[in-house]
Ligand binder design. Structure first.
Ligand code: ATP
Length: 199
C-alpha cells in the first residue's frame, strides 16, 4: 500500500487546487506554523472517510470547506482526491492504482467516488479493510497517540494487531453471517408459529 498523490480543492486553507505527489521513500512536509501542514493530514483522514469533525480539528464537518479570508470569498465545496497503490486481489503479488475521492457541499452530505464511480462510505471502508489505512487503523498516528496505544486496554490494542494481521475483514464477515443466521432462525420460528396456528 503506497500513497501516490493527493489533490485538494477548497479543503480548509487550500482554496485553490493543489496536487501533492509522493514519489516513494519518505515524504516530510515542512513549513512555518499555520501554513497548513496538519490540514494535509486532515485531508487524508477525511478522504478515507473520517466522520468525526473533532478528529479534523473542527466543530462540524462543514468546517473543512475553505471559509474565506479578508481577500477571498469562501468556497461552497471541498474536494480531496487520493491515488493509492494497492495490492490487486485479482492478480496476487501485483498492485493496482485506486483513486478515492470525497466531496462536500455546504448544505449536503458527502459524496464518495472510487475510480470515478459513485460509492458509499461503506465501499471506501471495505476497500481499506486490513490495509491499515482506515481512519481507525494505525496509519494515522497523531501527537500523543503513541502513549494512548501503549496505555490502552489489551482488548483495544488487540484490534490494532488484528488490523495489521489482516483478519478484520473476516471478523466483520463472520459477524454479518451470524446476524443473518439469527434473522433466519427468527423467521423460521415465526413460520413454525404460523403453521401451528393453521393446524
Ligand atoms: P503548526 O505548525 O502550528 O501545527 P500547521 O502548518 O500544521 O501549523 P494547520 O493547522 O494545518 O497549520 O493550518 C492552520 C491554518 O489553516 C490556519 O491559518 C487556519 O486559519 C487555516 N484553516 C483551517 N480551516 C480553514 C478553513 N475551513 N478555511 C480557511 N482556512 C482554514
Amino acid at each position: 500500500m503506497r500513497l501516490i498523490s493527493l489533490e485538494l480543492h477548497g479543503f480548509k486553507s487550500f482554496a485553490d487546487a493543489q496536487k501533492l505527489s509522493f514519489p516513494g521513500g519518505m515524504t516530510a512536509v515542512v513549513g512555518p506554523n499555520g501554513c497548513g501542514k496538519s490540514n494535509i493530514s486532515d485531508s487524508l483522514a477525511w478522504v478515507l472517510g473520517e466522520q468525526r469533525a473533532s478528529m479534523l480539528r473542527g466543530a462540524e464537518m462543514a468546517d473543512v470547506i475553505f471559509a474565506g479570508t479578508a481577500q477571498r470569498r469562501a468556497t461552497g465545496l471541498a474536494e480531496v482526491k487520493l491515488v493509492l497503490e494497492m495490492p490487486d486481489p485479482a492478480l496476487p503479488g501485483s498492485t493496482r492504482e485506486v483513486t478515492i475521492s470525497r466531496r462536500l457541499y455546504r448544505d449536503t452530505g458527502s459524496e464518495y467516488r472510487i475510480n470515478g464511480r459513485e460509492a458509499r462510505l461503506k465501499d471506501v471502508q471495505d476497500l481499506l479493510l486490513d490495509t491499515g489505512m482506515g481512519t481507525r487503523a494505525y496509519s494515522f498516528i497523531q501527537q500523543g497517540q503513541i502513549d494512548l496505544i501503549l496505555s490502552s486496554k489489551p482488548k483495544d490494542r488487540r484490534l490494532l494487531l488484528e488490523e495489521a494481521a489482516g483478519i478484520t475483514r473476516y471478523k466483520l464477515r463472520r459477524a454479518d453471517a451470524e446476524k443473518r443466521l439469527d434473522e433466519t432462525k427468527a423467521n423460521l420460528q415465526r413460520l413454525d408459529d404460523i403453521l401451528y396456528e393453521l393446524n
